[in-house]
Design a protein around this ligand. Structure first.
Ligand SMILES: [Zn+2]
Length: 355
């Protein structure tokens, strides 16, 4: 049987069939519609055109068109699958599965928080509760009730961060400031109810200091107060010695040196034997073999009286220390700013695991 002109007219369709594996996604979909679309598709039109042909031609051409239709459909499907695979391969190219995973940060307690928690825990064992107070204080609580004379240099604007500058004209005592120590909480505790008191007071305090290796404008303090009948300087020494030996080691040596604070009398600084040189003297202890760790003293009778307590009946001691400095000594940090930078190398090395 010779090839009819209609048979040879399938040649352009065969050429388009051959081109299908080269089409991109957009061209493929356009070609699928152009060839196989139900209304205007080339092949669809050809099949519809069969009706006009004589029976013999209709049979021959119909068979050829149906074979071609199946081939076109198969070619379009194959190309679609190929393109889909290429697309997902492309998407995966942005993900390098050989890269190491991102480390999870479980979070740690700040070294200063660890120190404060340990101190609180030791005093809790001695029957001390935790007391807290506001960071924005008035001069009455921060200075005057603590027996600071009204002309004390700490009340100077250069040392203390006063709030509300317009309030500077207010009478001394009413001006608001960022507390310069945690001691005003002692006053709040004593005014809150009758003794006995045994409290430790952790908190943030503020000074008008620039950052340098040993100073910061905001830092932690932890303070303690014990008031009861019959408390003496022996109780102070025994309590603070016990604390130092629990915190730093049972063999820790302590000494008390006379000092001055407006709100205690007598007052003392407590030193501990330098653990770096074992008392021989080194740069950290400035050659003395001792390191100052806290200030302390017997609560001044003016403070007791001002809080409404009879100093003939009630006596007590108070102490205060700086957790930043303690953390620096313990972890061998030479710059206090390391405790502020949020440097993960410091925090993960010295911080504690959260509870
Ligand atoms: Zn030393």
């Amino acid at each position: 049987m010779s090839e009819s002109p209609d048979h040879s007219s399938l040649a352009p369709l065969r050429a388009r069939l051959a081109a299908i594996p080269t089409l991109d996604a957009e061209a493929l979909e356009a070609e699928a519609v152009a060839l196989l679309g139900r209304k205007q598709g080339e092949l669809t039109m050809r099949l519809k055109g069969l009706a006009a042909l004589p029976i013999e031609e209709k049979r021959a051409m119909g068979g050829a068109l149906n074979v071609l239709k199946n081939e076109l459909e198969a070619a379009v499907e194959a190309r679609r699958a190929e393109l889909a695979q290429a697309t997902s391969a492309n998407a995966n190219r942005d993900v390098d599965f050989s890269m190491p995973g991102r480390a999870q940060w479980p979070g740690t307690l700040h070294p200063v928080t660890v120190v404060v928690d340990e101190i609180v825990e030791i005093f809790r064992g001695l029957g001390f509760a935790v007391a807290l107070g506001p960071e924005a204080e008035d001069e009455q609580h921060n200075f005057i009730a603590l027996n600071f004379p009204p002309d004390h240099p700490a009340m100077d604007m250069h040392d203390t961060l006063y709030l509300d500058p317009e309030g500077a004209s207010r009478p001394v005592g009413e001006r608001m400031l960022l507390r310069t120590h945690t001691s005003p909480v002692q006053i709040r505790v004593m005014r809150d109810g009758p003794p006995p008191y045994r409290v430790v007071i952790p908190g943030t305090v503020y000074r008008n200091d620039a950052f340098d290796p040993s100073h910061a404008p905001a830092f932690s303090q932890i303070e303690g107060l014990a008031v009861d009948e019959g408390i003496t300087f022996v109780d102070l020494k025994a309590t603070l010695t016990h604390f130092a030996q629990r915190f730093l080691g049972a063999d820790t040596r302590v000494r008390f040196r006379p000092s001055f604070f407006p709100f205690t009398e007598p007052s003392a600084e407590m030193d501990v034997g330098c653990r770096l040189c074992d008392g021989a003297g080194c740069a950290a202890c400035k050659g003395t073999g001792w390191m100052e760790i806290l200030g302390c003293g017997m609560v001044h009778e003016n403070v007791l009286r001002d809080a409404g307590l009879d100093p003939e009946r009630w006596t007590g001691f108070a102490f205060g220390m700086g957790p930043q400095r303690i953390a620096m000594q313990r972890y061998g940090l030479h710059d206090i700013r390391l405790l502020y930078g949020g440097d993960m190398r410091v925090l993960t090395q010295f911080g504690g695991v959260g509870r």
